[in-house]
Design a protein around this ligand. Sequence first.
Ligand code: SF4
Ligand code: SF4
Length: 200
Amino acid sequence: MIKVRYVERPKLTNTEKIFFLDFLRGMKITLKNFFRRTITTKYPFEKLTPPKRFRGVHGHRIKNGKEPPSFKVLEKFMEIKDGESRCVACYMCQQACPVPELFKIEAVQLPNGRKKVIKFDMNLLNCMYCGLCTEACPVDCIIHTDIYEVAGYHRASGVAHLSDLTERAKDFDNRRYHEPDRIWIDDKERSKLWGQIKWS
Ligand code: SF4
Ligand code: SF4
């Protein structure tokens, strides 16, 4: 059974009642903030670029010569051409995910004994953007991008397929691959947004 706790409103003194002191105290805070620098943005007319480490919609990297050393070992078991998904079908991302059902990963074994990924779908409606899948991937294949506008008119649009994920990763890498991996875009940006705030 849920217990509800009521808190009594503090009683005002006669002076407070006569001179509206509570109201004036409130207005003082309002006026102080009225002249402060605005830190909110006029979205969707003004859009901020999130830092590179932002956990936006996922991307799926291809084999492009920028793979980590682990890929060279795992690649031997896979049939992956340049420009194709670099996924080695290890399912580590799915294992790490708190909602593993959101992944649909399928790989087939070819006559030469190597494997090839034929399906990689993610139902992002169930994703909480925790980043565990990206941490688990041994070949830096699944990543978060800086894209955060994902609203759609149909639930089906929340399912990202291999081709969508690949295009997103290409776009993200083209724009930001060489940018230093930092929390803020740059010090100017940080100062613009947060530098004026006095934390109490
Ligand atoms: S970000 Fe978290 S919830 Fe989303 S797919 Fe990755 S591990 Fe799963
Ligand atoms: S962890 Fe990486 S390589 Fe393994 S299945 Fe997921 S995306 Fe593919």
